[in-house]
Design a protein around this ligand. Sequence first.
Ligand code: ADP
Ligand code: MG
Length: 283
Amino acid sequence: MEHLSIIEIKDLSFSYTGSARKSLNRVNINVRKGEFVVVTGPSGCGKTTLCRCLNGLVPNFYAGDLEGEALVCGLDIRKQSTGALSQHVGFVFQNPENQLFSLTVERDVAFGPENLGLSRKEIRRRVEWALKVTGIEALRDRAPYELSGGQQQRAAIASVLAMQPEIIVLDEPTSFLDPKSSKEILQVISNLNKELGITVFLVEHRLDLATRHSNRIIILDKGAVALDGPPEDVYNEEAHLIGIGLPKVTLLFHLLRHDGIETEKIPVTVEQGAEELRRILRK
Ligand SMILES: Nc1ncnc2c1ncn2[C@@H]1O[C@H](COP(=O)(O)OP(=O)(O)O)[C@@H](O)[C@H]1O
Ligand SMILES: [Mg+2]
């Protein structure tokens, strides 16, 4: 049966074994196939825990008390092994070093498909494709540990893509990268979404870079969804955005608003900010 939502999270609460606090508290999120969702929020608000639910690490690997429901590609995370889920959900970690362990990039990318028991021809095809769409064909024989952070993160994404997932979940993939590499990685992710239709669930605090690729931002606070909507709406809710790394241009227009300079819509990209300034200056 075709599911309207590729991710269906209903009243999901979770506390890790031994912890009195709920790391997730009645979370409700539906994601449609092909969406690009950015999730952000202060440190400790539950972003990583939410990602772990999507690939079944919670509750299969991290034990605890899980209430509510989470269906990913129609599969109940409680009833599926992480292995079964990994064919649908690719997971990219904050630190690519945790994801790369082979002697060459090519071996790392081939690892997933080899474990699926696919034919050699199909493995080849997937490896070539994954190296190509992440732009690292030239790095195939290099050792992952001698690559730059940005190259490593591309290799990590390629190794996940070789599994041909429907969803790719990325937990702060730019944390260890400089601004230029961060921008490039987000562009790679955006292309996967736009050109291949892969659903993207991206946890990111660099909203200045991420916002232009997404039309949906979810703000988590203390394990609960505080805001969920288009950036233009979410970034308007100043009172709920304390501690969030908003785009500088949005902050600028929040300040101007305090001076009585109103905009119809709060700018979320520098281009929109420039447009808004031209309009104000023309008046
Ligand atoms: N493995 C774990 N065991 C116990 N508590 C954890 C574990 N991982 C995270 N937590 C707790 O869950 C809460 C949410 O953490 P996390 O999901 O890592 O937040 P974020 O990724 O937004 O920083 C925090 O209070 C954190 O201390
Ligand atoms: Mg985290």
